[in-house]
Design a protein around this ligand. Sequence first.
Ligand SMILES: Cc1cc2nc3c(=O)[nH]c(=O)nc-3n(C[C@H](O)[C@H](O)[C@H](O)COP(=O)(O)OP(=O)(O)OC[C@H]3O[C@@H](n4cnc5c(N)ncnc54)[C@H](O)[C@@H]3O)c2cc1C
Length: 396
Amino acid sequence: MDLTYSAEDEAFRARLRAWLEVAVPEHGPPPPAGDWMARRGYDTAWQRKLHDAGYAGIAWPKAFGGQGLPVTQQLVYLEEYARADAPYIGVCFVGMMHAGPTLIAEGTDEQRAHHLPRILRGETIWCQGFSEPEAGSDLASLTTRAVREGDEYVVNGQKIWSTRAQVADWCELLVRTDPGASKHRGITWLILDMHQPGVEVRPMRTIDGESHFCEVFLTDARVPVTNRVGEENDGWRVTNVTLRFERGTAFAQHIITMRSQLRDLVALASEVPLPGGGNAWDDPALRSEGGRLEANIEGLWRVTQRGITESEATGLPAPTGSAVKLRFSELTQELNELAVKTLGRLAVGGARTGAIDGAEAVRAYLWSLQYTIAAGTSQIQRNLVAERILGMPRSA
Ligand SMILES: Cc1cc2nc3c(=O)[nH]c(=O)nc-3n(C[C@H](O)[C@H](O)[C@H](O)COP(=O)(O)OP(=O)(O)OC[C@H]3O[C@@H](n4cnc5c(N)ncnc54)[C@H](O)[C@@H]3O)c2cc1C
């Protein structure tokens, strides 16, 4: 792997940087937390701007409307995006990062022609309907049932933790089509239209006061057979494609953003006065912790770069994605915890003075707790690292 940037890569960087320097401030700050319709408007308008400027789907093949950038330019893109503090992908995450890529890998020509351009232009939003109340880590034990009636599947069951389902148009839905088969064999991957009778979305409130995810109740919801991705009962294989995108390269943007978060934390520490004089950055323990995090973030970014280059070679993210997701979850929690510790009482009181926003630090810390659960818990990632990377015996 040669990650030296060529003159062409640097020219791409300069063009992108110039565009971001104008487009990011023009787009303005996100709407207030909790207003999900406004958030949808904000995120999709940004996605449309990326599309119109030729920056949507940097890793998607050109044949499917993406930019098909060489891997070095994908990395430059991530670096510049983080540097410019450009808007978080937000409600476009599922469509751009794993539903679209799954359709590219496994969808029919009709499915790709219909959905991919709309995802790229930010016109349609996707959510994920995998987990159920009794099927999380053990996803293959899901029980949402789909029965075929002519050219349609009729779906009944319940999904849970569906992120931003309250603003979604489509859902990547896992259903059981053969209850008699062993649990991994009777599953099918469907594209569910969220705007139909029989789909009821109930937002759930989380510890930070927001409703990031929802329960989805399905009562005789209908899915045309043409909306099936892969064969009937072959959904577990397709699911693994989706999960490899979700755990593999989807977090790359978050990982590189940790660099600027650490830089912001160091700047913030010098604004926090200590009771005996001086500021928090004078504390050798904080400096040492900052240095340790810096080294770990850089190390993780290198492993991420390796994952991205491997996925370019094979068309699918490598199993090292589980190790990357595991380490990212831990580091982002350590980083946010350090921010709260650095602010001390200022965080507890939710104070806002100058650059210090105690309430935001607490919100970010609480939100970071979900990373060791979402997209597969840390225990499950450890199992995958043991089995698929280290070649250890499978757990029972
Ligand atoms: C912020 C967030 C967003 C999410 N978004 C979505 C979404 O959009 N769509 C969706 O479908 N799901 C989503 N999820 C659900 C997520 O995938 C599940 O929460 C996760 O897979 C864990 O399942 P569970 O909550 O049922 O916990 P369980 O599977 O019940 O696990 C409970 C505990 O047991 C441990 N455990 C379970 N099995 C094993 C094992 N074999 N070995 C070792 N330890 C084990 C787990 O690590 C965990 O600590 C989201 C979750 C979060 C937190």
